[in-house]
Design a protein around this ligand. Structure first.
Ligand SMILES: [Fe+2]
Length: 454
């Protein structure tokens, strides 16, 4: 068990260390001089079961610090130490009264009473099971889920873990206990990419996510920015489901819901410029890229006056699944297999990149009623001058629907590389005009330029 002492007087550090050494030798005490150090310790050296805050710290407010800690890590047994005047002045009485795990210790130090206060906080922490949060588990029985998935909820009916070593995991979210968005942001800052769930619960999590996103799409239909967020979360779940479980009926149905929601929401925005102006391209990950491609395809279909729902649906499905087997977001930025970027990938990644159009095309066959999507997906990395892959097709061999998807794919790839800004959008379409001035590429590339440059 670990305790964190926040105090700017190093003499007190020694005093507390001696007290812990004498009475609580199993508790490791770590001392921090200021709030920012304490928050770093909590992020990188945790979990801490007990927090002790000296109320005489000068540059931080003790109550605000405790509140921030609770927000970041959940409620922890917390002891405020200070003279009677300090405790009255610097401890928020409502905060103290409303949290059973917050204790006060009145100075001067008296070993016997201090010991009993610490013991009380240890008992609370033990009851809360924090000391058991590091567990040895059989990794085979747990499956990773991308961190971003967890923004969808604030409470879950199962325990969630992060990986410390190959066999050791820390429980970071307890079943049926509320967690905050900042808990997830904190993992993101620490570069945690995945959280782990037991296999039996993994599927339930994905199904709950499907339900939640489906409801949002229905209920927030007139809130276009929220719909974009829900579509991105939806594609994240679809990728995860297809990779972990496969093309089951429920995920095929859910994909259709996402596909159908794109033209409806495009109408809310009215024009492509407005979509681009509001698009939450925060991580440039595969899910964000997929949804943006679906909107570019929708805009081009309108510009080409393609009234058939079917061709728009084909482009929607292609957008959602074409890169779903890529292992990481960086791989999607490689446009040529004779480029330095391709050379930077390891052997497995190179192999996967070459295969991914075929693998995703194979998957498309499971989606009934979407004929020809396999060809669009197989050809999505081809380029008009024959420099694309896997087959190096030239423009005259590429159908108009494939050409639209290739343009959408490469437009978003450039945005993923250069960022979503007016300058990068303008530069990208300017470059496209001469490069795509061939065969079936000519018309959609001119439409894209008109839509963006007006
Ligand atoms: Fe791709």
């Amino acid at each position: 068990m670990k305790a964190l002492f926040i105090c700017d007087n190093k003499e007190e550090w020694g005093l507390l260390r001696n007290l812990f050494h004498a009475h609580f030798s199993k508790v490791e005490l770590i001392c921090a001089i200021k709030a920012s150090d304490a928050l770093n310790y909590l992020s990188f050296e945790g979990p801490f079961s007990i927090i002790i805050i000296d109320c005489s710290i000068k540059r931080d407010d003790p109550s605000e610090l405790a509140k921030e800690i609770f927000e970041n890590t959940g409620e922890r047994a917390t002891i405020f130490i200070g003279t009677e005047a300090m405790l009255n002045d610097r401890v928020d009485q409502d905060f103290y009264m409303n949290h059973e795990m917050v204790f006060l210790y009145k100075k001067p130090f008296d070993p016997a009473t201090f010991k009993s206060t610490v013991q009380e906080s240890i008992d609370w922490a033990k009851r809360e099971d924090f000391e058991n949060s590091i567990v040895e588990i059989n990794k085979e029985e747990y499956l990773p889920l991308k961190l971003k998935n967890f923004y969808l909820f604030d409470i879950l009916p199962y325990d969630v873990y992060i990986e410390l070593t190959k066999t050791k995991f820390v429980k970071v979210i307890s079943a049926n206990k509320k967690y905050t968005q900042s808990t997830i942001q904190d993992f993101q800052r620490r570069n945690v990419k995945f959280l782990y769930l037991h296999k039996n619960e993994h599927l339930k999590f994905l199904e709950n996510s499907i339900e939640k996103i489906t409801q949002t799409l229905k209920q927030k239909a007139n809130k276009p920015k929220m719909i974009l967020q829900a579509q991105i979360a939806g594609v994240l779940v679809i990728h995860q489901y297809l990779r972990d479980i496969g093309p089951a009926e429920s995920i095929i149905r859910f994909s259709e819901i996402i596909i159908d929601s794109v033209p409806r929401n495009f109408k809310n925005f009215g024009e492509l410029k407005s979509v681009l102006g509001h698009f939450p391209f925060e991580n440039a990950d595969l899910a964000e890229q997929a949804v943006l491609k679906a909107y570019i395809c929708e805009a081009l279909s309108i510009g080409l006056d393609w009234r058939s729902d079917l061709s728009r649906k084909k482009l929607g499905l292609s957008s959602i699944i074409h890169d779903c087997y890529l292992d990481n977001d960086e791989m999607a930025k490689v446009t040529h297999v004779d480029s330095p970027e391709f050379e930077m990938l390891n052997k497995d990644e190179q192999e996967l990149l070459l295969e991914h159009p075929f693998k995703a095309a194979e998957l498309a066959r499971h989606f009934n009623g979407f004929t020809d999507v396999e060809f669009i997906i197989q050809e999505h990395q081809e380029l008009p001058d024959g420099s694309g892959y896997p087959r190096g097709l030239i423009a005259s061999k590429i159908t108009s629907i494939s050409a639209v998807f290739i343009i959408a794919n490469n437009f978003v790839t450039q945005i993923a590389i250069n960022g979503l800004s007016k300058v990068s959008i303008h530069n990208t379409v300017s470059g496209f005009i001469s490069y795509y001035n061939l065969g079936n590429f000519k018309e959609p590339s001119q439409i894209l330029k008109r839509m963006i440059k007006g």
